[in-house]
Design a protein around this ligand. Structure first.
Ligand code: SAM
Ligand code: SF4
Length: 390
């Protein structure tokens, strides 16, 4: 059993308390305040329908904002959920808890042996969830077709720079061309639209927002910038170093005109913008006047969209529809949750699907209102992003 001392503290699990799974399930189910609703509702009126599953905490890159150069102490194999256990939990989520979207992530999910088999089994669930994958793109070029065939609907690839030297600085590996090839292969395999996730780092790649957007528009990818969050294994995050959503937008507006995307945002974390050619682009039909300020006349055609995920400065916790499962079978109601619920112990202790579903409902019912990064008492979760699943 892992403890706070080994770097992965978590909420007290039912097995640690010595309680049988059924008792814990009953506690969850019989909270008198919880309405009798099979879905993953919480005390603030939210309903989780989007399940994030981390398939491994391992990675073949070492992004500076995510993990140290030497990597981390990877979870031993016997503590990881098996393929069958993952499929069983996803099945419970889909059939009993109203989950309709499953995103596989990590660590680097392409490193998980048997990935395509897990995807295929999930794609055969009834009702079939939407299946997506977040990857760093290494090895994607030769896997894209198989991922599509296994049932993946959508793909997010992480790309922070178009410059090989900066890629090597940020990820500590010289693999930029592999990532670009992977994205092109995903597009060719029909995994469209390929979404691109970018984190900007002050003094490293914060001047590249317009270039990345230009590239993604040309290639037909959908770009989303993500504010850097306090989820790095080294606990080195500093607010002053974070490039904010406002800074990202200001940088983009030096080259493009952005107007709010009227499409319904729903629980999506990204604020979406329609991108039009700006004055400096030389494209026909561009707006007159200062970009991004005041009413804009003569907008050029929409070139595409861009998203900005202001997790820290523009939190969207009130609309959150996520529930998360780590590679070692711990259920989390939030990226920033301080506690976890040990579903692996329930699975391996012989719990029924109904007992597991009830425990899941209870954990989500107790979900906090927000991540609390701005609270004076905020504590970064000890488990880093790579071990939670981003
Ligand atoms: N390895 C895969 C990848 O990089 O896409 C999947 C896992 S990674 C943890 C998922 C996403 O989280 C990536 O887009 C990555 O850039 C982002 N990420 C990692 N650490 C972050 C942090 N501290 N703040 C914001 N985003 C982060
Ligand atoms: Fe690996 Fe993704 Fe973390 Fe980069 S962000 S180190 S690719 S898990």
């Amino acid at each position: 059993m892992r403890t706070a001392e080994d770097g992965y503290p978590r909420g007290v699990s039912v097995t640690e308390l010595g309680l049988p799974g059924l008792r814990a399930a009953s506690v969850a189910r019989h909270d008198p305040a919880r309405p009798d609703d099979p879905r993953l509702i919480d005390r603030f009126g939210r309903v989780a329908t989007d399940l994030r599953v981390s398939l491994t905490d391992r990675c073949n890159l070492r992004c500076t904002y995510c993990m140290p150069a030497e990597g981390l102490d990877w979870t031993p194999k016997d503590e990881l959920l098996t393929d069958d256990e993952i499929v069983r939990l996803v099945g419970i989520a889909v059939r009993q808890l109203g989950i309709n979207e499953v995103r596989f992530t990590g660590g680097e999910p392409l490193l998980r042996k048997g990935l395509e088999s897990v995807l295929h089994q999930v794609s055969e669930l009834d009702p079939r969830p939407e299946i997506s994958l977040t990857t760093n793109g290494i090895g994607l070029a030769r896997r894209a077709e198989a991922l599509k065939a296994a049932g993946v609907n959508r793909l997010n690839v992480s790309l922070d720079t178009l410059r090989p030297d900066r890629f090597a600085t940020i990820t500590r590996r010289s693999r930029l061309s592999d990532v670009l090839d992977g994205m092109a292969a995903a597009r060719a395999a029909g995994l469209n639209p390929v979404k691109v996730n970018t984190v900007l780092l002050r003094g490293v790649n914060d001047d590249e927002a317009p270039a990345l957007l230009r590239y993604c528009l040309e290639e037909g990818y959908q770009l989303r910038f993500i504010e850097q969050m306090p989820l790095d294994a080294q606990h080195g995050w500093q607010r002053s170093e974070m490039i904010t959503a406002s800074e990202i937008l200001a940088s983009l507006r030096r080259e493009f005109i952005l107007t709010p995307d009227p499409a319904e945002r729903g629980g999506a974390p990204a604020e979406r913008w329609l991108v039009h050619a700006g004055p400096s682009s030389g494209a026909p039909g561009h707006a007159s006047g200062a970009p991004g300020r005041g009413p804009v006349v003569g907008l050029g055609p929409v070139l595409g969209t861009v998203g900005v995920i202001g997790s820290v400065t523009r939190p969207f916790c009130g609309a959150c529809d996520r529930t998360r499962l780590t590679a070692d079978g711990q259920l989390r109601s939030c990226l920033f949750a301080r506690g976890e619920t040990d579903l692996r112990a329930l699975l391996r202790g012989g719990a029924s699907d109904e007992e597991i579903a009830d425990t899941w409902r209870g954990t989500m019912w107790a979900k906090a209102a927000g991540h609390g990064i701005d609270d004076p008492g905020f504590l970064q979760p000890d488990r880093p992003m790579s071990a939670i699943g981003g």
